[in-house]
Design a protein around this ligand. Sequence first.
Ligand code: SF4
Ligand code: SF4
Length: 402
Amino acid sequence: MTTREASATTFEGMLETRGITRRSFLKFCGVIAATLGLSEVAIPDIAKALEIGATSGKLQPAIWLELASCTGCTESLAQVETPDVATIVLELLSLNYSETLSAGAGHSLEKAKEETIEAGGYLLIVEGAVMEGWDGNALRIAGEKGTDIVAHAAENAAAVLAVGSCAVDGGWQAAYPNPGGALGVMKFLQSRGITTPVINLPTCPVNPEWIVAVVVSYLLLGRLPELDEKGYPTLIFGQSIHDNCPRRGHFENGEFVYEFGSIEEQKGYCLYPMGCKGPQTYTNCPIVRWNAKVSWCVEAGAPCAGCGCADPMRAHRNWVDVNTPFLKRHRVIRIGDKGFQPTTVAAGVAGILAVALVIHGFGMKATGRAPHGADFEDAREWDKKHPDQAIFPASLKKGGDE
Ligand code: SF4
Ligand code: SF4
């Protein structure tokens, strides 16, 4: 064994071969602790658990199923760059089956999947929407219906990670008129009476840092992160993007971008008039950021499109239908399961951030503080085209709520 090989078998050696300093490793553990809602006191425990996990050679079996998707979430995971401390966590997974990433293919790969399912106790990661259309024939893989594949794989799993908005609520596949019958994994498994816990990680694509945090929690700390009733880890999806946005000060000062290419855009003003959905979208994108923490949508100059606004039990409320047109301020906004027309709820639901924000937006426009830019839509474009199937019914335009 060479000196280099020997050092790579110790944890310090693993860090060294990846060019990771002890300091940046502990910083990473701090990010994991924060994402999981643990205090700084937990950082040494996380560091120790990672060290033991990385050097024990004991791997956690995992299956990654590719349902109806663009494989963008797989691409996103591949952006956990090397060398990076996150790769140490992902190397703790023995990915026994993945249509996109596995080197093997055909019968040998299917056999590996079956053996993993029979053994049980694996982590099932699902990317893409379940397709129930045409009696499940809208998606067939290796001669089998996608619906049967995911049901079979979920029954024996220790936990299911639904990664990306398509796996959470059907995503853009479920956009009207949803001919393929797309829906999310949680709703589908419940309809089959399968009770394996589902962890939902929306956005399009999923942020790989969230997968890493959940894997650390499950494999090394021995528990799933705290989840809300929709299966969302509360520490990741508990705060709005608007709450943590670095442009928030400009919003408060009434400093807005009204046109792309303008001087206001160069100054980094708030993108709300350009249709930013940050106020009604609950993810920690501004904190965790994307692509090895380089940047994120609003910082890169794009209004948040609200791709984290998934609703696991309502495929027709997928983020695409709810948030288009992306570059318009919405007259009707969604909070939880309800659609609201801001002028109606001013009295009844005062204090709810998103409502207050839109009212604020109306007020600023009315008083001339935000006189320009994209107008509020008079009704949802999609609803106008499909009045019989409107996501937000016509009554909202007159001031009712759903
Ligand atoms: S509206 Fe969008 S750009 Fe403006 S502060 Fe909120 S999240 Fe940031
Ligand atoms: S900032 Fe908005 S559009 Fe960008 S990834 Fe997060 S939720 Fe999606």
